[in-house]
Design a protein around this ligand. Structure first.
Ligand SMILES: C[S@@+](CC[C@H](N)C(=O)[O-])C[C@H]1O[C@@H](n2cnc3c(N)ncnc32)[C@H](O)[C@@H]1O
Length: 247
């Protein structure tokens, strides 16, 4: 596939592309089950539409192009080289180069950070995201990125651990326990699943016991902990620094 959908070849009008995709119709409720897809930055006004307008000139040929997007423009929160690609083509392309780490987050009390974890996992192209506990989660922070990766549900910690073992993945808890070891100096295995707890209770004792290690992120201020979504971003980036640059 040729990701050559940029303005140089299409001549399509290009507006700012860095603004986030709006979360869409499933966003307002705490547990909306569907997928959104609205295309305008909330409150930004029509002059701040993101993405690209309708394709100008002859349409390109290839199965990955989406006729609706070519016709009407592509206002999604996707990287420039995926402009005008169909959702299915983008997922298929990402599938060819997903990193071998997974992330998991416990969801016993409707954690608002899950959307952030999903969005960041998409950005770092994680192999998968795993929700442990309640199936429903607040998709607002995901900004529709959950469409582009594989989100799995495990009703219990036991189910989750069984799955991780069957895949041969190292289970690594991320939390501040007395026996935690510093993430900063830990030799992160390439094939692993990083597990985050939720605001309040933190990582469950079940995950703590089952994990190969629990990793803590160094802090230097007075707060006891950082936000779980932020912690997930830091941990995923630690994996990327460790493994994504051919060291
Ligand atoms: C608010 S914290 C949980 C509270 C924590 N168990 C405590 O003792 O206060 C929520 C989640 O964020 C992540 N987290 C926050 N700060 C962290 C840190 N410094 N190191 C590792 N994980 C952290 C962990 O995944 C944790 O389960």
């Amino acid at each position: 596939m040729t990701p050559d959908a940029g303005p140089a070849t299409s001549g399509a009008p290009v507006a700012a592309t860095a603004a986030p995709e709006a979360p869409g119709p499933d966003a307002p409720g705490p547990d909306a089950p569907g997928e959104g897809g609205a295309d305008v930055v909330p409150g930004a006004g029509p002059e701040r539409e993101v993405g690209v307008g309708p394709w100008t000139g002859d349409w390109p040929s290839g199965d990955h192009w989406d006729p609706d997007l070519l016709r009407h423009g592509d206002r999604r929160n996707v990287a420039d080289h995926y402009r005008y690609w169909s959702l299915e083509a983008i997922v298929a392309d990402l599938d060819t180069r997903r990193h071998p780490f997974h992330v998991a987050i416990e969801n016993w009390q409707h954690d608002l950070n899950i959307g952030t974890v999903v969005r960041t996992a998409n950005a770092f192209n994680a192999a998968g995201v795993h929700i442990i506990g309640r199936r429903r989660w607040n998709r607002r922070g995901a900004m529709v990125t959950d469409r582009y990766l594989h989100v799995h549900h495990h009703p219990t910690v036991e189910d989750f651990i069984d799955w991780a073992r069957s895949e041969g993945l190292a289970v690594l808890g991320v939390d501040i326990f007395p026996d935690s070891v510093p993430l900063e100096t830990y030799d992160l295995p390439e094939r692993c699943v990083l597990v985050f707890g939720q605001e309040g209770p933190g990582l469950s004792e079940e995950v703590h016991r089952a994990a190969q290690a629990t990793l803590s992120i160094a802090q230097f201020g007075s707060t006891r902990s950082i936000n779980a979504g932020v912690a997930a971003g830091i941990a995923m980036h630690a994996w990327v620094r460790h493994h994504a640059f051919g060291q």
